[in-house]
Design a protein around this ligand. Structure first.
Ligand SMILES: *[C@@H]1O[C@H](CO)[C@@H](O)[C@H](O)[C@H]1NC(C)=O
Ligand SMILES: *[C@@H]1O[C@H](CO)[C@@H](O)[C@H](O)[C@H]1NC(C)=O
Ligand SMILES: *[C@@H]1O[C@H](CO)[C@@H](O)[C@H](O)[C@H]1NC(C)=O
Length: 511
């Protein structure tokens, strides 16, 4: 059959795998298991994400690879646990010398092999480097618009309309938040009142450009929302009865809506796979601005479920049946799943921790995964794996509290004062019966004694595969790696500005 005819038949009847699908990955920041209306939050108003959840498949047992940002993002993009790629312990800072090693293959680099256009918008947090060698454009993205790390890693300016300073104190000694366009800083400091507009315009024009060229594309949209300090434009200031967190979430949802509008306007919804999730649990230390883990225990910073189980929604009309799944899946699974969808062999010279999610997504079948591994914020070769989920059971070999949980809150296990505790035998929970991890099972007797033995074997087998990469986060910090729009300036970092946004005196704190 001639190619033109085949393509027109494909377009007419949308034959599976005929055209390469577009892929859009939406990644929220510090959004907890309990934060979305579709996951039970009574005062969240997220019409676009709610619609996505109604039309798509909602995951009930979906995990990120870390209770903090950088490691979680490295695993999302590479399909590998952070200990294999060096994005541990903790996170990369503004000025970090290290970054995601250039010999790691991201989903973007993978898709470029078969002609995809690749764009990223938003928070990168996988390094900038002294020579900007770790920016998204060096990791397979054709285009990048965004702040390359968390926006609390800069001095704070204005977060809410009209001209209200940010609630949280940013890092005064670091450079003002830069907005990159590919490898150039277009705005410094970032204007938070228009940032979401900048992001959604970048995302939607990329979608339209690709659709006009009929080029398959990958868009990775990593929201700054709902990380602290929360911010919102005029349209969303005071828009939610959930307060500042709700305002930020509403703005995130509006950005999601604009992306779906662009997909529909471009007429590509039949051939576009959209996946939404978050990098880690809620930052409870922010109290009323800190998000919500629902019935899960603790939040960001711990290997309890609240730190790592995430809302996740998969959408592809006609291909993914609307509904809900309790099958086990994780961010690391996106790399092999997307590779499979697009017929790209996965690199054979390294271990990929992800497994293909296609059976769950497209066939309503069981997961290929029965095990999940939990590493803490400060992963170390000395302690290794903190917890293992095997089917419905989770065994904690270590637990740790976190400074990201307020001292006045009730759960002692989540607080920093709980310290790091080794459990031998491990603390065992059945997450199907007890998702809140409140009632440890009796591991001294059958049947749980045997289950612990099985999980010990699973853990030993997994750990035998781990070669710890050299830590990238421990490579130090230097001013040379701090993004500065005016590198020749003499009062570093205050003079790192593009001059378009006035600097707020740091003493003004209205909220
Ligand atoms: C990348 O290079 C480092 C340093 O040579 C090496 O240890 C690591 O195994 C490499 N990773 C991959 C995925 O090839
Ligand atoms: C916000 O502050 C800037 C700079 O001081 C000023 O030009 C602008 O008019 C202010 N906007 C509002 C709405 O007050
Ligand atoms: C937001 O609400 C606060 C408290 O009710 C009020 O003081 C403020 O003027 C409102 N801001 C806007 C922009 O509506």
């Amino acid at each position: 059959m001639d190619l033109k005819l085949m393509i027109s038949i494909c377009i007419l009847i949308h034959i599976v795998n005929c055209e390469k699908p577009n892929i859009i990955l939406l990644f929220a920041d510090d959004l907890g298991w309990g934060d979305l209306a579709s996951y039970g939050h009574p005062t969240s108003t997220t019409p676009n994400l709610d619609k996505m959840a109604e039309e798509g498949l909602k995951f009930m047992n979906f995990y990120s690879s870390s209770p903090v940002c950088s490691p979680s993002r490295s695993s999302l993009l590479t399909g590998r646990y952070q200990v294999r790629t060096g994005i541990y312990p903790g996170v990369l800072q503004c000025g970090s010398v290290g970054g995601l090693p250039l010999n790691e293959t991201t989903i973007a680099a993978q898709l470029k092999k078969v002609g995809y256009g690749t764009g990223m918008v938003g928070k990168w947090h996988l390094g900038v480097g002294k020579d900007q060698e770790y920016l998204p454009t060096k990791h397979g993205f054709d285009h990048y618009t965004g702040i390359p790390y968390s926006h609390d890693m800069c001095p704070d300016y204005v977060c809410f309309y009209p001209n209200k300073s940010c609630h949280d104190r940013g890092r005064v000694g670091d450079t003002p938040c830069p907005v990159f366009q590919d490898e150039k800083i277009i705005q410094q400091p970032a204007d938070f009142l228009t940032l979401s507009e900048t992001y959604s315009t970048a995302a939607t024009s990329f979608i339209h450009q690709m659709a006009d060229k009929k080029q398959p594309f990958f868009l990775y949209m990593a929201f700054q929302h709902t990380h602290h300090p929360q911010f919102a434009s005029k349209m969303f200031t005071n828009s939610s009865i959930r307060g500042m967190f709700g305002d930020a979430l509403n703005e995130l949802d509006w950005q999601v809506g604009r992306i779906f509008d662009a997909v529909n306007e471009a007429g590509i919804s039949h051939n576009t796979f959209v996946f939404f999730t978050s990098d880690n649990g809620p930052s409870l230390t922010r109290e009323v601005r800190g998000g919500n883990a629902g019935l899960l225990r603790c939040g960001k910073g711990t290997t309890y479920e609240g730190g790592m189980r995430e809302p996740a929604i998969a959408w592809w009309p006609g291909r993914i049946k609307p509904g809900k799944t309790s099958e086990l899946a994780a961010t690391v699974d996106l790399f092999p799943t997307i590779s499979k969808l697009t017929d790209i062999p996965i690199p054979s010279d390294r271990i990929i921790d992800g497994v293909d999610m296609s059976p769950i997504l497209f066939e309503s079948k069981m997961s290929n995964r029965d095990t999940y591994i939990y590493y803490p914020v400060d992963a170390s070769p000395k302690d290794g794996v903190f917890a293992v989920r095997y089917k419905e059971y989770k065994a904690h070999y270590y637990t740790t509290g976190t400074g990201l949980y307020p001292e006045q809150y009730p759960d002692a296990a989540c607080k920093v004062s709980a310290g790091t505790v080794q459990h031998d035998p491990p603390l065992l929970f059945n997450l199907n019966y007890d998702p809140g991890e409140l009632n440890p099972l009796n591991t001294k007797e059958s049947p749980y004694k045997g289950i612990v033995q099985t999980i010990n074997e699973v853990k030993t087998k997994f750990e035998a595969t781990v070669v710890w990469a050299e830590s990238e986060t421990n490579k130090g910090i230097t001013n040379a790696a701090k993004p500065c729009a005016k590198p020749e300036c003499d009062q570093f970092p205050q003079c790192c500005t593009t001059g378009t946004i006035p600097l707020m005196p740091k003493t003004i704190r209205i909220l």
